[in-house]
Design a protein around this ligand. Structure first.
Ligand SMILES: [Zn+2]
Length: 71
């Protein structure tokens, strides 16, 4: 039985050959794999839901909102 997989980041359907190649599995590309990695590093994986990979990459550049007080 063949199970269709989707990329957990962008929800793009993964072709069977992609799983066989196992290069970025279970992601569709190295980009999505890195996005997943950044989410774990930021410790907010559970918070992020439908954010676009590009947007997620930009957000990772700003760990603290500008203008926020230290305490
Ligand atoms: Zn993807």
């Amino acid at each position: 039985m063949i199970t269709r997989r989707n990329c957990p980041i962008c929800d793009k359907a993964l072709p069977d050959v992609q799983a066989a190649a196992d290069r970025h599995f279970p992601f569709c590309s190295a980009r999505c794999r890195e996005v997943d990695l950044f989410r774990w590093f930021d410790g907010r994986y559970a918070v992020v839901e439908d954010i676009d990979p590009d947007l997620s990459m930009e957000m990772s550049d700003f760990p603290h909102p500008p203008g926020s007080p230290d305490r």
